[in-house]
Design a protein around this ligand. Structure first.
Ligand SMILES: Nc1ncnc2c1ncn2[C@@H]1O[C@H](COP(=O)(O)OP(=O)(O)O)[C@@H](O)[C@H]1O
Ligand SMILES: [Mg+2]
Length: 381
C-alpha cells in the first residue's frame, strides 16, 4: 500500500432494511491516523454505517476495503477493526483487568504476555489502581475508559466508537473529549467516531461527515464545515446562524446584492459560486461575525443613518433595538430587532468587567449592527 492510499475506502455503500434505505450510496476515504467523525441526528444511519465497517451488518450493495483488502465476506473478528459500543457492553461480573484482557485470552495469548499488555493498557487509560474493581464500582468516565482499553488492547488499525461519550454528563464529556484525542494522538490508531453532538464533532474531528437520511451532505474539516457550509441543512446543524432569504438583485464581480422581501432590505455578500440575477438564495451569517455598537440617535446627524429602512444601502449596516440579551460570561448573546423587523442573533465579546450587573449594552438599547460582505455565505439550497 502506498503512503497516499487511504486506510479505509468505502464505495457506493447502501444498506436497506426492507423498503427503508438506512445508508444511501455513500463514498468515503479515511486516511490513516484520522479522527473521523460521523455527525447527524438520530436515525440518519450513523450506527448502521459503523456496523458495516465492523462487519456486523452486511451491505446491501457497495464495497468496503481496509488497507487495500476487500472486506466483503470477512467476519468481524478477522477485520483489523474493533468497535466500542454505545453501551460499553462490559462484563459486569469480571474485574477491570479481566474485562480488558478478555479479547487476548480468547485469542489464546499466553498469560504473561497478557498481563503485560493489560498493565500497559490500564496505565495508558490511567486505571492502574482500579484493576481489581468490577464495573459497578466505577464511575461512568472510568467505565468508558475500561471499554476503550478493552478495544485498544487488540491493537486494531481502526477503532470504531459509537457515541463514546453519550453516557457521560456534560462536564465529564468535555474533559473526556480531550483524553480521547490525547489517546488517539499517542497511539496513532485511526478512530471513526459517531456522534449527534455538533460541538463534540467540532472538538474531536480531523474531518467530519455530516449525515442526513442515510446520505453525506458534506464532508470536511471542522473549519470548512463551520465557515463554508454548502447547504442550509449544514449551516443550521452546525452552530447558530442567521438566515436571510431573498432574491439576487444585482451582481458586480463576486459581490451580490440580495433583496429580502420580508424586511424590504438589501444585503451584500461575496460569493464565487455560479449564481444569476433572479436566483432565490439564502444569505447566512454567524452571530459572532456581526459587529454591534451602541447607537445614539440624538448624536447621529448623518442623514443616511437616520433613514428608517435600509433599502438603498449595501454595506449590511442596520439600526435596531436589543430585544433580548443573555449574559454568558465571556460573551453575550443578543437578539437585535432591526427597524425592518428582522431579528438578528449577535454574539458580543465582554471585554470589560461589569460587576455591577450593568453592561455596555442592555435591553431596549438602540444599536447599530453591521457585517462584512466577505463574512456572509450564500446558500442555494
Ligand atoms: N435492523 C434493523 N431493522 C430495521 N431498521 C433498522 C435496523 N437498524 C437500523 N434501522 C433503521 O435505520 C435507520 C438508521 O438507524 P441507525 O443507523 O441506528 O441511526 P443512527 O445511529 O444515526 O441514530 C433508523 O431509521 C433505524 O430505525
Ligand atoms: Mg446510533
Amino acid at each position: 500500500m502506498s503512503e497516499t492510499s487511504p486506510l479505509i475506502s468505502i464505495r457506493g455503500i447502501t444498506k436497506s432494511f426492507g423498503n427503508f434505505i438506512a445508508v444511501d450510496n455513500i463514498d468515503l476515504d479515511i486516511n490513516e491516523g484520522e479522527l473521523f467523525v460521523l455527525l447527524g441526528g438520530s436515525g440518519c444511519g450513523k450506527t448502521t454505517l459503523l456496523r458495516m465497517l465492523a462487519g456486523f451488518e452486511k451491505p446491501t450493495s457497495g464495497t468496503i476495503s481496509i488497507e487495500g483488502s476487500d472486506m466483503t465476506g470477512v467476519e468481524p473478528y478477522a477485520r483489523p477493526v474493533n468497535m466500542m459500543f454505545q453501551s460499553y457492553a462490559l462484563f459486569p461480573h469480571m474485574s477491570v483487568e479481566r474485562n480488558v484482557g478478555y479479547g487476548l485470552k480468547r485469542e489464546g495469548v499466553a498469560r504473561a504476555e497478557r498481563k503485560k499488555r493489560v498493565d500497559e493498557m490500564l496505565e495508558m487509560v490511567e486505571l492502574e489502581q482500579f484493576s481489581k474493581r468490577k464495573p459497578h464500582q466505577l464511575s461512568g468516565g472510568q467505565r468508558q475508559r475500561v471499554a476503550l482499553a478493552r478495544c485498544l488492547i487488540k491493537r486494531p488499525k481502526v477503532l470504531l466508537l459509537d457515541e463514546p461519550l453519550g453516557a457521560l454528563d456534560k462536564r465529564l464529556r468535555e474533559q473526556t473529549q480531550f483524553e480521547l484525542m490525547k489517546l488517539q494522538d499517542r497511539l496513532g490508531t485511526t478512530f471513526v467516531v459517531v456522534t449527534h453532538d455538533q460541538e463534540e464533532a467540532m472538538t474531536l474531528a480531523t474531518r467530519i461527515a455530516v449525515m442526513d437520511q442515510g446520505k453525506f451532505v458534506q464532508v470536511g474539516t471542522p473549519a470548512e464545515i463551520y465557515e463554508m457550509p454548502q447547504s442550509r441543512f449544514v449551516a443550521d446543524f452546525i452552530g447558530s446562524i442567521n438566515m436571510i432569504d431573498g432574491v439576487v438583485k444585482s451582481i458586480s464581480g463576486n459581490t451580490l446584492t440580495i433583496h429580502a422581501e420580508s424586511d424590504d432590505a438589501n444585503y451584500t455578500v461575496e460569493s464565487n459560486d455560479q449564481i444569476e440575477i433572479g436566483d432565490q438564495v439564502s444569505l447566512a451569517i454567524r452571530p459572532e461575525k456581526i459587529h454591534v455598537d451602541a447607537y445614539d440617535a440624538d448624536n447621529n446627524s448623518n442623514p443616511s443613518e437616520q433613514k428608517s429602512d435600509n433599502t438603498d444601502k449595501t454595506d449590511n449596516r442596520f439600526i435596531g433595538t436589543i430585544s433580548e440579551m443573555a449574559y454568558l460570561g465571556g460573551t453575550s448573546t443578543l437578539r437585535v430587532t432591526t427597524r425592518g423587523g428582522r431579528v438578528f442573533q449577535v454574539t458580543s465579546t465582554n471585554r470589560k468587567r461589569h460587576l455591577t450587573g450593568k453592561h455596555d449594552l442592555d435591553w431596549d438599547d438602540q444599536v447599530e449592527i453591521s457585517f462584512s460582505p466577505s463574512n456572509a455565505i450564500v446558500l442555494k439550497s
